[in-house]
Structure formats: structure tokens, C-alpha cells
Design a protein around this ligand. Structure first.
Ligand code: ARG
Length: 462
């Protein structure tokens, strides 16, 4: 089969070269965007009298037919035609005859591919924003049910201070809120049309770039034709955003794995979201959060991969840039799968309040409150810390919790201790008094939930 660019060549392309340089195996995912871009381009060509109106109509009808065939899985792409752009052009010419060859007037594959990818990412970013909202809703649902459920809060994975379980979950709500705002902000930069930049320098035809941008729903056009075909920073930015979202989801996944272990038993993941073992009949494995945690690595890899592809490229287009696609598609697919599962995984998990309560009652995470108690009675905090450390050491050595020490025992450490100490170190009390703004006290957590709901649905429960 002769190439669409075959005129200057005297030999058939080596088949290994065809295989090596072709992108059709993966860029066919851009078929719809490619057709959409071509329809806008040909509409503009006719409006500018660069081609005849009836020619544009024939081309548009041909493109519509190709679109239908694509959606019905009837198109056969070929490696000899290299990529989605030349495959569709060839299929168009087969469909409507040589007039199809007018489609590429005043256009290059360089501005064409960049346009396709801008269109593609714009759609996907909007989809991810709404999937993030689903995850946030699931978090709010669980948080609302667990404002008063207390768990040990950890630093260094050592018990630190008791906190509301809702407060812990809501920490992720805010991470996802920032992720959403990063995506939203990136839309501003994806919303530029490269179409009409040509191969690198613009075109001799009297095209109207504003018009194709308008037809494709782009807010702006790239002001510089070289920049328009050369940069892939809109993909880099998406990959960074995707990596950050995956990282946030991965940390939550790690907590779900820990919390659902036999050792913790803080939550139980729904059977529908777990898997079994082929040999150990008792096993119920948290495969979903484990895989999500692992797949974060590939998205990070895609980001670093593209940064590395771009870093040494002279302007303008280089074939290296074809390597922007697989990583982007892979990140899109990975993020999509993870977001789609995380929302129902959180929604359907059951929370073992009793186990959490027991955990909190069997630790020394109320020690800060013992120190605060002494400090409130006038002891400088540094001394209060020292005294409390000695009390904790004594309690550990005597296998007692702080609440089990007698007042006589307390008074051997300091005579500021009195009966009120027992109330001050109750887990509920310890949580309730951390009512500084954004703290874990139920009063503050309720405010957080109202704010979160307002951001998601624009309404609050009053
Ligand atoms: N498949 C190519 C890519 O993805 C399209 C642009 C090709 N341009 C060229 N001058 N070879 O980068």
C-alpha cells in the first residue's frame, strides 16, 4: 500500500520500520476526537472559501460514516498508515473518493494530534472531577455516621491522641478537594486550541483559528504556532495531578488494609469488594486497596517518563512526542479504575466501633491530657510533660492504664492531682476539648461536615 506521504520515496518502507514507528495500536483511542477536529477544520475551510461548500459537505458526511463504523467496531486500521490521523484520512478517501484528500488542506498532523489530545484530556479531566465528588460523598456519608466514634490517632504509626473517626476520614475529603481544584485549574490551560498551527509555522491558507476553536469549544487559541505543536505541558500537568490523586488514594488504601487486618479490626470491607485465597479458606483479602496502592507507581512512572521524553527536545515537533500517549492513556485508565472503586469501597465498609473503643481504652494516648491538666493548674508545661512521662512509665511497669491508677499513686508524682483527673483523661472528654478551629472535637467536626456538604452540593443541614 503506498503511503499518504509516499511521493518523495523510491522504496517501500521496511516492515520493521512500519511496526516501530506506528502508533495506531494505541492512538485509535483518539478516533472520536480526531473526527471531531476534522469536522471543525473542514467546516472552517468551506466558510473561508478555501474549499467548496459541497466538498466540505461530502467530507463531513464521510467522516460521520467513519464515526458510525468506528462506534460499531467495523473499522479496520492498518499499521502501514501509521497513526489514527492517516488511517482516518485513508478510510475517508476510500469512502468518498479523492475529494477526501482536501481535508488536510492547511493542516498538519502536528497540530491535528495536539488538538486531539487537548479535546481528549478536557473530557477526561471533567470526568475525574465528578468521580472525585463521588468519593467525597462516600467520605461524608461515613463521617456523618461517625462523628462520635473515637479511634486512636497516630503519628509514626504509634498511638498519639484519640480522635474522632469522622475527623480522620475527612482529612481525605480535603485532600480530594484540593485535587479537584488542581484539575479545575488545569482546565484553564487545556482550553487552548492548537489547530491551525500547521506543522510548525502556520499556513499560507486564509484559515480562521478562532472559528475552529469556537467549533471545538476551546476558550482560546495558542498564540504561537511553534509552542502549539511542541509542548506537552498540559499532559505533564494532568499526570502530576493524577499522581497526586493516586497518592492520596493510596494512603487511604494503606489505612484500609491496616484497619481491616486481624490485628486492628477497625473496619470490615464489604464481601463484594474483597477476594479470597485459593488455598486458605479463611482468607478475605483487601485486593482492591492493595492494587490501588501499587498502581500509583505506574502513574508516577508515566509522569517521570514524559518529563524525560520532553526535557531534551528542540523545537518544534519531534517523533519522540508520540511517546506522550501510552503513559497518558495508562494514567487515565488507572485513575478511572481506582476512582470508580474507591467510592463504593468506602460507602460499603462497616466500622467496628467497639473495637475502636477498646483500642482507645487500652493505650496511653490520653497522656497529653494529663500533662495539659497539670499545666492548666499552673505547672509549666515542660515540667508537666516530665511528670506525666514518669506517671506513664510507672503505669506501664505496673501494667495499669492511666485511668486505673489511684489518686494516692498520682499524688506520689505531684500534689496538683485531684479527683478531676479521671474526667480529664476520659477518651470522650479528651476528644471534646480539642475544639480549636479544625480540631477533632465533635463540635468542630460537625462544622467541617457542613462545610464539606456545602462545597459538594451547595447546601447545608441546619
Ligand atoms: N502519531 C504522531 C504523534 O503522535 C502524529 C504526528 C506525526 N507528525 C509527524 N510529523 N510525523 O506524534
Amino acid at each position: 500500500m503506498s503511503k499518504l506521504w509516499g511521493g518523495r520515496f523510491t522504496k517501500e518502507t521496511n516492515h520493521l520500520v512500519d511496526e516501530y514507528t506506528a502508533s495506531i495500536s494505541f492512538d485509535q483511542a483518539l478516533a472520536l476526537e480526531d473526527i471531531e477536529g476534522s469536522i471543525a477544520h473542514v467546516t472552517m475551510l468551506a466558510e473561508q472559501n478555501i474549499i467548496e461548500a459541497h466538498e466540505a459537505d461530502t467530507i463531513k458526511e464521510g467522516l460521520q460514516k467513519i464515526k458510525e463504523k468506528y462506534l460499531n467496531g467495523e473499522l479496520r486500521f492498518s499499521v502501514e498508515d501509521e497513526d489514527i490521523h492517516m488511517n482516518i484520512e485513508r478510510l475517508l478517501i476510500e469512502e468518498i473518493g479523492t475529494v477526501g484528500g482536501k481535508l488536510h488542506t492547511g493542516r498538519s498532523r502536528n497540530d491535528q494530534v495536539a488538538t486531539d489530545m487537548h479535546l481528549y484530556l478536557k473530557k477526561k479531566i471533567n470526568q475525574f472531577i465528578s468521580q472525585l465528588i463521588d468519593v467525597q460523598r462516600a467520605i461524608i456519608n461515613q463521617a456523618e455516621a461517625h462523628v462520635h466514634t473515637i479511634i486512636p490517632g497516630y503519628t509514626h504509626l504509634q498511638r498519639a491522641q484519640p480522635i474522632s473517626f469522622a475527623h480522620h476520614l475527612l482529612a481525605y475529603f480535603w485532600m480530594f478537594e484540593r485535587d479537584k481544584s488542581r484539575l479545575q485549574d488545569s482546565l484553564k490551560r487545556v482550553d487552548f486550541s492548537p489547530l491551525g498551527a500547521g506543522a510548525l509555522a502556520g499556513t499560507t491558507f486564509p484559515i480562521n483559528r478562532q472559528r475552529t476553536a469556537e467549533l471545538l469549544g476551546f476558550e482560546n487559541v495558542y498564540p504561537n504556532s511553534l509552542d502549539a505543536v511542541s509542548d506537552r505541558d498540559f499532559i505533564l500537568e494532568f499526570l502530576f495531578d493524577a499522581s497526586t490523586i493516586m497518592t492520596h488514594m493510596s494512603r487511604l488504601s494503606e489505612e484500609l488494609v491496616i484497619w481491616s487486618s486481624q490485628e486492628f479490626q477497625f473496619v470490615e470491607l464489604d464481601d463484594a469488594f474483597c477476594t479470597g485465597s485459593s488455598i486458605m479458606p479463611q482468607k478475605k483479602n483487601p485486593d482492591v486497596p492493595e492494587l490501588l496502592r501499587a498502581k500509583t507507581g505506574r502513574v508516577n512512572g508515566n509522569l517521570v517518563g514524559l518529563l524525560t521524553v520532553l526535557k531534551g527536545l528542540p523545537l518544534a515537533y519531534n517523533k519522540d512526542m508520540q511517546e506522550d500517549k501510552e503513559g497518558m492513556f495508562d494514567a487515565v485508565q488507572t485513575l478511572d479504575g481506582a476512582l470508580a472503586l474507591l467510592a463504593p469501597l468506602i460507602d460499603s465498609m462497616s466500622v467496628n466501633k467497639d473495637q475502636m473503643k477498646q483500642a482507645v481504652e487500652q493505650d496511653y494516648s490520653n497522656a497529653t491530657d494529663l500533662a495539659d491538666y497539670l499545666a492548666a493548674k499552673g505547672l509549666p508545661f515542660r515540667e508537666a510533660h516530665e511528670v506525666t512521662g514518669q506517671v506513664v512509665l510507672y503505669a506501664i511497669q505496673h501494667k495499669k492504664m492511666l485511668s486505673q491508677l489511684t489518686l494516692e499513686e498520682y499524688n506520689t508524682f505531684h500534689d496538683f492531682f485531684d479527683e478531676q483527673v479521671y474526667d480529664a483523661i476520659q477518651p470522650e472528654q479528651v476528644v471534646a476539648v480539642r475544639n480549636s478551629e479544625g480540631g477533632t472535637a465533635p463540635t468542630e467536626v460537625e462544622k467541617q461536615i457542613q462545610l464539606a456538604k456545602h462545597l459538594i452540593d451547595g447546601k447545608e443541614d441546619c
